[in-house]
Design a protein around this ligand. Structure first.
Ligand code: FAD
Length: 287
């Protein structure tokens, strides 16, 4: 496999932002995404959205993007050595940004693992939501395109108001109930979302073309919570030279997509600083 200055695992917002920043700094970058599409959890806003622009910018900046490539291990011995993939391929590499959830990053480090990443994984408190997406032939109340609950943490959006999401003119709408750190009943949530939709789009049940209900979708894999021992996880993994983390869970105070983008940028700044320290013979001070 061709050699790169930096490999990024995970093609969500965090990985894409990191890849663009590195390429713009003149580094050769490869980004591996296990799915056939990039975007991660931002995929639902893919069409004509900010995410498309990120992808196009990455490719224009010279990032090598490889989809359908599932990383199974980041081999290390105090320093990053190689990445292994599910298809049996391997790549020698000295700098890796893992822009995947904390549990995935931890798994990639194999049996030897590493204390910091294990701690970030174990102390993470995911924020969940129950989400119902529907494709509707007709909307009874087209003016109701965005609704925010005041007494309940629920929001509705007619995504088709802002971008074309269907070929046949159907409206794609989503209603989501934020569930904090989870523990809610999937069936009860589904009934609640349906009843709320009765108020927003009366008669919607007769108009359904397609439907997807995700009862426990992870909106964030972690946030700045009081149970965190490390207030600021990453970007560098202290025990493994050349390994960095990014993703909205590695927030230093930002939220959601902002946190994903900011963490990617933070990882890049640290990679560049470490590379410069090695080049000039200085050691990096870990903070
Ligand atoms: C229902 C919902 C609504 C949301 N609404 C908003 C909103 O209104 N505003 C907002 O700011 N944010 C919102 N968010 C949050 C936002 O979408 C996320 O914070 C952001 O997309 C996270 O990006 P990320 O790059 O950190 O992670 P992800 O998008 O999860 O990216 C990680 C990527 O890594 C890949 N990957 C994992 N393991 C491997 C492996 N072994 N090898 C290769 N690739 C791998 C995954 O396939 C994935 O593409 C919402 C999220 C959800 C789920």
């Amino acid at each position: 496999m061709k050699q790169f200055d930096v490999a990024i695992v995970g093609g969500g917002i965090a990985g894409l932002v990191a890849s663009i920043d590195l390429a713009r700094e003149g580094k050769s970058v490869v980004l591996f995404e296990k799915s056939s599409q990039l975007g991660g959890r931002a995929i639902s806003v893919k069409k004509n959205g900010a995410f498309d622009q990120l992808y196009e910018t990455a490719v224009r900046s010279g990032v090598s993007v490889i989809t359908g490539k599932n990383a199974t291990e980041i081999e290390h011995d105090g320093a990053v050595r190689k990445i292994k993939f599910a298809d049996g391929q391997e790549m020698d590499v000295t700098h890796v940004i893992s822009a995947t959830p904390p549990a995935v990053t931890s798994r990639l480090l194999g049996a030897a693992g590493c204390k910091s990443v294990l701690r970030w994984k174990e102390q993470a408190r995911a924020i969940e939501a129950a989400s119902l997406t529907l494709s509707l032939k007709r909307l009874s109340a087209p003016d109701h395109f965005a609704v925010l609950g005041l007494d309940q943490p629920v929001y509705f959006i007619n995504q088709s108001k802002f971008t074309r999401l269907s070929e046949d003119g159907a409206s794609v709408v989503n209603i989501t109930k934020a569930n904090g750190t989870g523990g809610t009943d999937a069936k009860a949530d589904e009934r609640f979302l349906e009843r709320t939709l009765d108020l927003i789009q009366p008669g919607w049940r007769k108009e359904v073309v397609a439907r997807q209900y995700l009862p426990h979708i992870a909106v964030a894999y972690d946030f700045m919570n009081a149970g965190r021992e490390d207030r600021f996880p990453g970007p560098a993994v202290p025990e493994i030279a050349g390994l960095y983390v990014a993703g909205e869970w590695a927030t230093h105070g930002e939220n959601l997509a902002d946190a994903a983008a900011a963490s990617g940028r933070r990882a890049v700044r640290r990679v560049l600083k470490d590379m410069e320290a090695v080049r000039s013979g200085r050691e990096t001070i870990l903070v």
